[in-house]
Design a binder for this molecule. Structure first.
Ligand SMILES: NC(=O)c1ccc[n+]([C@@H]2O[C@H](COP(=O)([O-])OP(=O)(O)OC[C@H]3O[C@@H](n4cnc5c(N)ncnc54)[C@H](OP(=O)(O)O)[C@@H]3O)[C@@H](O)[C@H]2O)c1
Length: 267
């Protein structure tokens, strides 16, 4: 149980990068924490530091989220720990190279983590938090959800999944006291590149954001009630225009006859 009025935030992928930075910022805001990742030693050392710096309660829940039993244990925590008010659904891996050279087993692991586990945890949290009538879900997607032609196909598809899921969950829980946010980072300085056998230093520096700036902006977006936060986007009207173009398709996406240009049936 949590001693703070903010409750407990469960952060996945908390052992490094974006997740570890969320853990730091949320502890400083006064959230108790449950930290999830595979590397128990790293989680424990972060937990010890945050407890001594902030006095909040930090538990670790080591889990390999590509393993169904481990995902179920995290789901169970989300459902049964009534102090949980926030899920930061962040754990993920990136691509190792070009899609046409890729190892299909690695891509399947990516889907297990970035899609299957992310989906189970987001939906479990949506169910539990809407029962409790308060809380928030932050799903970490990526800007590549919007530019699949310019990035690795499977990775960008996993992130488009997370974006779509977030938008759909929002429409179901908005009137139940639950906030939902998709965070779409651009390139962010973390271990994700080194883990995939690449180097962040090979990327154009003008495109790489510091992880602390990225997370601080994402949390500001959450505070401002944004459903989709793109930390580097200068003018949010561009995002609104993209969404407006999508909504404009709406009335014509499902008719009982094909469009006239296909010559199949009279329009
Ligand atoms: N960095 C970027 O440029 C960027 C841009 C857009 C989106 N993102 C997204 O941001 C999220 C966080 O990435 P990051 O950049 O912070 O990378 P990172 O520093 O490599 O962190 C990834 C985190 O996920 C955990 N993780 C990896 N495999 C796991 C597994 N099987 N089970 C449980 N946890 C696992 C890692 O911990 P363990 O190894 O201890 O398990 C680590 O805590 C990802 O979803 C990524 O797709 C990153």
């Amino acid at each position: 149980m949590s001693n703070t009025s903010l409750g407990t935030a469960l952060v996945t992928g908390a052992s490094s990068g974006i997740g570890a930075t969320y853990a730091d910022r949320l502890a400083k805001r006064g959230y108790d924490l449950v930290l999830v990742a595979r590397d128990a030693a790293r989680l424990q050392s972060l937990a010890d530091r945050l407890t001594s710096e902030t006095g909040v309660t930090v538990n670790i829940l080591p889990a390999d989220l590509t393993q169904r039993a481990d995902v179920r244990a995290v789901e169970k925590r989300l459902r049964e720990d009534e102090s949980i008010t926030l899920l930061v659904n962040n754990a993920g891996i990136g691509p190792k190279g070009a899609l046409l050279d890729d190892d299909l087993d690695y891509l399947e692991t990516m889907i297990e983590l970035n899609v299957v586990a992310a989906n189970r945890l987001a939906v479990a949290a949506a169910q539990a938090l809407s029962e409790r009538g308060r809380g928030a879900i932050v799903n970490v997607a990526s800007v590549v959800a919007y530019i699949p032609e310019r990035f690795h196909g499977t990775y960008s598809a996993t992130k488009a999944f997370v974006l779509n899921l977030t938008q759909a969950i929002h429409s179901e829980v908005a009137d139940k006291g639950v906030k939902v946010q998709a965070v779409l980072p651009g390139l962010t300085r973390t271990e994700i590149f080194e883990r995939a056998g690449r180097s962040v230093d090979d990327l154009p520096p003008a495109m790489v954001m510091d992880v602390s700036d990225m997370v601080d902006a994402a949390l500001a977006g959450l505070d401002q009630g944004e459903l989709i936060t793109i930390p580097s986007l200068p003018d949010n009207a561009d995002l609104d225009a993209a969404n407006a173009a999508r909504y404009a398709l709406g009335p014509n996406l499902s008719h009982n006859k094909p469009a006239a240009r296909y010559g199949v049936a009279a329009a």
